[in-house]
Write a protein that binds this ligand. Sequence first.
Ligand SMILES: C[C@H](O)[C@H](O)[C@H]1CNC2=NC(N)=NC(=O)C2=N1
Length: 97
Amino acid sequence: MPKPCLTDEELTTALADLDGWTLEEGGKAITAGFKFADFPAAFGFMATCAPTAEKMDHHPEWSNVYNSVDVRLTTHDSGGVTELDIKLARAMNKAAG
Ligand SMILES: C[C@H](O)[C@H](O)[C@H]1CNC2=NC(N)=NC(=O)C2=N1
């Protein structure tokens, strides 16, 4: 059973507590851009997050250019943002330090 999408109110509350994340236009995903000192630090961040995502069976859409990692989180099975995206966003913020 796919997780239910968060209501507008739940989203607002969750985002208020999530540094750096904003709701994508259209409301189907949350996005954040992470900046690091250099490429090894950016790639290290991705390497830290990947096993967490795999364990959650919830996978980010992300891209890396040199020292930056741009992330988009959405729950494909649900067609929008669910608690899984918020959980993964929190874990990513923690991993970024
Ligand atoms: C079968 C498997 O559990 C699903 O395809 C999972 C895998 N990872 C996923 N990741 C994300 N971001 N959204 C999903 O709906 C999703 N579904």
